[in-house]
Every structure is written in C-alpha cells, then in structure tokens.
Ligand binder design. Structure first.
Ligand SMILES: CC(C)(COP(=O)(O)OP(=O)(O)OC[C@H]1O[C@@H](n2cnc3c(N)ncnc32)[C@H](O)[C@@H]1OP(=O)(O)O)[C@@H](O)C(=O)NCCC(=O)NCCS
Length: 139
C-alpha cells in the first residue's frame, strides 16, 4: 500500500495486520488513488450488555494531507455507515481526539453524528433515534 505509512502512527507489522483483518469484528476501509492509499478508517464491532446487537466503535480515520477537503473523509464515513447498518449494528460511535479538531467535528456532524457528552467529544450515529445502552463510560 503505497503511501499508507504516512497515515499510520508507525510502521505496520504484517502479522498484526493479518490478524486484525482476520477478525470479522474489525472493519478497515481504504481510499486509493491508483496504487496510493490516500485515506483509511478502521474500527471494531463491540458486544453490548443491554442489547443483543453490536455497536461499532470507529477507532481511527485519516486522510493524506494533500488530499484533504476533497470529500475523501466523507466518502469513507458514508460507506462505513451503510456497511455498519447492513451488518446489523445498533449504532456507530467515535471520539474526537481533540476538542479543537474542527475538521473532525464538522465531518462527524455533517454526516449525521450527534454528541451526547458535555465535552462534545463523542459522536453517535443511530438508525432509530433510540438511546442505546452499553457504551463506554462518559468522559
Ligand atoms: C478529519 C479528516 C479525516 C477529514 O477528511 P477530509 O477528507 O479532509 O474531509 P472531507 O473533504 O470529506 O470533508 C467533509 C466535511 O468535513 C468538514 N471539514 C473537513 N475538513 C475541514 C477543515 N479543515 N475545516 C473545517 N471543516 C472541515 C467540512 O464540513 C467538510 O464538508 P465541506 O467540504 O462540504 O465543507 C482529515 O482532516 C484528517 O485526516 N485529519 C487528521 C486525522 C484526524 O484528525 N482524524 C480524526 C480524528 S478524530
């Protein structure tokens, strides 16, 4: 995956990537421009205690510096939401890394994410408007 290393925190270990992808609870979506990776997201479906359905925790989303503001992040997010719903997840949730990360806040809001926490760092996407249970403790 050309250019992918710039998007991750450090070098990828092939064995770890393979194990991650083999776990069917994990989802990785990759945006490519030819052979170059220009964006990706990843996360994991979590079991809940109050519901028989899983919730999807979006752990990481990043777009290459020179490809931002071109709709890549939105496309990844929208694809995830379709997939997650199709897989029967009850909701998708994501934490913003920084309250001042304007790009992330606006992206999540403009794709239907809603905040519940006082600090507005967690966005939830719900299909049915019901308050779901079983999320991690509020921050
Ligand atoms: C957040 C991030 C993934 C957005 O990706 P992107 O491909 O640039 O986003 P898009 O072009 O699809 O933009 C979708 C919407 O997000 C908002 N947005 C994106 N970048 C923005 C910026 N720099 N400032 C303000 N709003 C922004 C806008 O509402 C935009 O819609 P618009 O272009 O129609 O106004 C990207 O900025 C990034 O990789 N940031 C570093 C990693 C990161 O912060 N990840 C999220 C951690 S919680």
């Amino acid at each position: 995956m050309l250019g992918a290393q710039d998007l991750f925190d450090g070098p990828l270990r092939l064995a770890s990537v393979r194990r991650y992808l083999e776990d069917r609870r994990n989802i990785v979506l990759v945006a490519c421009e030819g052979p170059r990776v220009i964006g990706f997201l990843r996360g994991t479906a979590l079991d809940q205690l109050e519901s028989g359905r899983r919730q999807f925790f979006l752990y990481e989303l990043a777009v290459a510096d020179d490809r931002r503001r071109q709709g890549v992040g939105r496309a990844l997010m929208e694809r995830l939401l379709v997939l997650s719903r199709r897989l029967g997840h009850e909701e998708v949730f994501v934490f913003t890394d920084d309250p001042k990360n304007r790009a992330a806040h606006r992206l999540y809001r403009s794709t239907g994410g809603r905040t519940e926490t006082r600090g507005e760092r967690m966005y939830v996407y719900r299909w049915n408007g019901r308050r779901p249970g079983g999320r991690p403790a509020r921050r």
